[in-house]
Design a protein around this ligand. Structure first.
Ligand SMILES: Nc1ncnc2c1ncn2[C@@H]1O[C@H](COP(=O)(O)OP(=O)(O)OP(=O)(O)O)[C@@H](O)[C@H]1O
Length: 252
């Protein structure tokens, strides 16, 4: 069974005068760590929000963990983890309370919550900050709490929108190790602008432009798409530029 299966998926945003941010997209993802790349406005956040079931598809088909999205979503939501680009919290929550609250929203059995919260905070290196108020944390630490709440229920599908923004170099390395561990059991999809993170952490790359998938392959395939003439500081960035430029005639 595939974790994520989308066919001809269309997601319209912005009401009647809006646009199709996702536009006829097809995608199949199983276990592993998948990097989601694409230029600004390509539709990455809209796609991740749709996969997280917070945004409704306009048309096309979408199945998560073998369940078509559209009917009862609660069983699927219990098995999802989602780090939005921006997430809100009550500033007076302590770190542990916030992650406990998210676990409760995911309908975890209450007897499992304390252990799961402790272990997810441990995995993001914040066990010693569990009793600090959220408002006392740095931006990078808040991002790590966001990762902890996303993994607290040991999700089968983990969706991370720009998870490494604000992380220092040591934490980015730790993050890469963590997602590699998680990808052994789950389907992890990471949206990022950091092509280097994809090269280091992902087994598979999905490139979107104008709301649809223009490339899916390994990081090595992406490297092979580039030539020394393409823009970028590394072979993988040049591969990315080659695929985006070919498609747009260089207008990005
Ligand atoms: N609520 C909205 N109302 C109107 N337009 C929207 C809305 N949300 C997204 N869009 C538009 O849909 C398109 C896709 O946006 P989306 O945020 O999904 O792209 P993205 O690939 O995540 O971009 P970025 O890399 O800049 O974060 C953009 O043109 C954006 O302006």
């Amino acid at each position: 069974m595939r974790a994520i299966e989308a066919d001809n998926l269309v997601v319209r945003v912005g009401g009647r005068r809006g646009r199709n941010a996702v536009n006829g997209l097809g995608l199949r993802l199983s276990r592993g760590v998948h990097g989601l790349l694409g230029p600004n406005g390509a539709g990455k956040t809209t796609l991740i929000r749709t996969l997280a079931t917070v945004q409704r598809p306009t048309s096309g088909s979408l199945s998560l963990l073998g369940q078509p999205v559209g009917g009862g979503l609660r069983p699927v939501r219990r098995r999802l983890g989602y780090l939005p680009q921006h997430f809100g919290f009550y500033k007076r929550f302590k770190v542990r309370e916030f992650v406990e609250y998210m676990a409760w929203l995911k309908e975890m059995p209450s007897r499992r919550i304390p252990g799961a919260v402790a272990s997810s905070l441990e995995r993001v290196g914040l066990a010693d900050r569990a009793d600090d108020p959220m408002k006392a944390l740095s931006g990078g630490m808040v991002r790590r709490v966001g990762i902890a709440q996303a993994i607290v229920n040991t999700p089968d599908v983990l969706l991370l929108d720009e998870p490494t923004v604000g992380l220092d170099p040591a934490q980015r390395l730790r993050f890469r190790e963590l997602v590699a561990e998680l990808g052994e059991q789950s389907c992890v999809l990471i949206s990022t602008h950091l092509v280097e993170d994809v090269a280091a952490a992902c087994t598979d790359v999905v490139l979107v432009a104008e709301g649809s998938v223009v490339f899916q392959g390994t990081p090595a395939d992406l490297v092979n798409a580039g030539t020394p003439e393409h823009v970028g500081d590394s072979p993988i960035e040049r591969g990315y530029s080659a695929l985006i430029t070919t498609r747009s005639g260089g207008a990005w």
